[in-house]
Design a protein around this ligand. Structure first.
Ligand code: PGA
Length: 251
């Protein structure tokens, strides 16, 4: 039986300028061989997309993406980046609706939906994040919140478009806190998302990653659940040897 394909995604947030991104990838790729059943995604800061793309040239298992984009293809939006701009720099993917965008910058379900639709239209692969806050979890509203976030996506694109979408379930309380969801928590929410997609006519299997304090100590237990198709990682992805070790653990 062939192994299922996994995505290991590094969200570098506000770390690694062009020089550091180049150095990281030179080292990381030296110690990480391509594997048919593993994709390595990197979301560097926008200023480092071109450097990362160049450093990973020739490695088809590597995908470089932007951490955010605006939904309009052009216009007077000072400080924003359009999809054509990040694609020209070398992005093939984009992170949409990360919880830091939603909660620190006030991004709404509606804006997340617009960004998803724009990415699908332009050929950029979207990785859309959903997840509940601690107050929502403790208030027993995880299911309701995640279903609402997924519904806002389903409203924007057609069932066939989902072939090109990747989702990431990231409980907000687990991001950067050292508190990860248990494999059971993750599997349960992934199952809920799959149910919602199926109910709305999405027939293919949409990859769903787990994110939030993933590290070398917990990654295998999370990936052991067949509902989890990979991991989206911040802190533990910032150093090339440690990240290479983590992505090699399941090999
Ligand atoms: P973390 O971040 O791995 O540092 O918790 C994950 C993320 O924000 O995507």
């Amino acid at each position: 039986m062939s192994k299922r394909s996994l995505i290991y995604a590094a969200n570098w947030k506000m770390n690694h300028g062009p020089t550091a991104a180049r150095d990281f990838l030179a080292r990381f790729l030296q110690v990480t061989s391509p594997a048919a059943d593993r994709q390595l995604w990197f979301f560097p800061p926008a200023v480092s997309i071109a450097a990362a793309r160049d450093a990973a040239a020739g490695r088809d298992d590597v995908v470089v993406g932007a951490q955010n984009v605006h939904w309009e293809p052009k216009g007077a939006f000072t400080g924003e980046l359009s999809i054509p701009l990040v694609m020209e720099a070398g992005a093939r993917a984009v992170l949409i609706g990360h919880s830091e965008r939603r909660h620190l910058f006030g991004e709404t379900d509606e804006q997340v939906g617009r960004k998803l639709a724009a990415a699908i239209k332009s050929g950029l692969t979207p990785m859309v994040c959903v997840g509940e806050t601690l107050a929502e979890r403790e208030g027993g509203r995880t299911e309701q919140v995640v279903t609402r976030q997924v519904a806002a996506l389903l409203d924007r694109i057609g069932p066939a478009d989902w072939e090109r979408v990747v989702l990431a379930y990231e409980p907000v309380w687990a991001i950067g806190t050292g508190k990860n969801a248990t494999p059971d928590d993750a599997a349960q929410v992934h199952g809920l998302i799959r149910f919602e997609l199926g109910r709305r006519g999405v027939t293919g299997r949409v990859p769903i990653l787990y994110g939030g304090s993933v590290n070398q100590g917990n990654v295998l237990a999370l990936l052991a659940r067949e509902e989890v198709d990979g991991v989206l990682v911040g802190g533990a992805s910032l150093e090339p040897d440690g990240w290479a070790e983590l992505v090699g653990l399941g090999a």
